[in-house]
Design a protein around this ligand. Structure first.
Ligand code: SAM
Length: 278
């Protein structure tokens, strides 16, 4: 069974550098937990954001291409940056296959905290709580500065991360456990530990020698904290939405999505069809 082996401090493993280790743990099961087939609400929302602008996108922490691939299928040119060679190998199984690739994805192995590109894009993405996978606020700021460096003046930066209210609800008094069904893996036991703004999730499944464990550490981040950091990266908050489904609310949605624009730019935001901006 693979699991965290880092030093214990205050009952929690220390916050590790996850730039490579996350992908090492998740590469063969990522699509079970986060199927590409369920990505259409995200892709629809992002395509609506582009409106009549050229569909140029950069995704930081693109992973296996859960969002990158359907965006490319919808006509976007996507630069897909990820620090995990294991997860990028899955993405390259798309880009290397002439039957599936539309020539629209460039996969780049690099670190989102320091990556700098050569072209500006109309959408710069850091979604599925990737911004919370770094160990501290300085690294989040560095990631936001990368996003700012990559987005055009009338483009949009989209950051999705965990909803702190839901993280707390999953860890009453600091710990919690629950289980859920994951496609092809069966019942997965989840254990949640929250200490300050450090949230550790462990998932375990399988029997006997086949038992597996994977860990994820997250830096819990409120929309207000994210907006303050973004301001230091020259990004202005346009609005915050509850997940990708217009029927959700910020009390219960597992994630929130924050939309930013360069302060110097003129970006306006097409909102969810059913809901005004917050
Ligand atoms: C939760 S996954 C999200 C993947 C993808 N965005 C999605 O929506 O399915 C987080 C991704 O961020 C990547 N990642 C973590 N730290 C990173 C870093 N410092 N630089 C670049 N990628 C990183 C991981 O390898 C992983 O692919």
């Amino acid at each position: 069974m693979s699991a965290d082996s880092t030093t214990e401090s205050d009952g929690l493993p220390t916050f590790p550098d996850q730039s490579r280790r996350y992908g090492r743990q998740f590469a063969d099961v990522y699509d079970n937990f986060f199927p590409m087939s369920e990505a259409s609400p995200v892709v629809d929302r992002l395509m609506r954001l582009l409106e009549d602008r050229a569909p140029t996108v950069v995704e930081l922490g693109a992973g296996t291409g859960r969002i990158t691939v359907p965006l490319a299928d919808a006509g976007c040119d996507v630069i897909a940056v990820d620090s995990s060679p294991d997860l990028l190998a899955s993405l390259r199984s798309w880009t290397d296959d002439p039957e599936r690739d539309r020539g629209r994805i460039v996969a780049v192995e690099d670190d989102m905290r320091t990556y700098r590109g050569t072209t500006e894009r109309n959408l710069a993405l850091c979604i599925c709580a990737t911004i919370s996978m770094v160990a501290n606020r300085d690294e989040q700021l560095a990631t936001l500065r990368t996003l700012r460096s990559l987005v055009s003046d009338n483009g949009c930066v989209v950051v999705e991360t965990h909803n702190p209210a839901v993280v707390e609800a999953l860890s009453p008094g600091g710990t919690g456990s629950f289980d859920f069904e994951v496609h092809e893996l069966g019942v997965v036991d989840a254990r949640s530990v929250l200490s300050g703004d450090h949230w550790h999730m462990r998932w375990e499944w399988g029997e006997g020698a086949e038992r597996r464990a994977v860990d994820e550490h997250s830096l819990v981040t409120t929309p207000e904290q994210l907006a303050r950091l973004a301001a230091d990266a020259d990004l202005e908050l346009l609005c915050v939405e509850a997940g990708w489904d217009a029927s959700q609310t910020l009390d219960t949605a597992p994630t929130y999505v924050a939309f930013f624009a360069p302060r110097s730019g003129s970006t306006t935001l097409p909102t969810h069809q059913e809901r005004p901006p917050r």
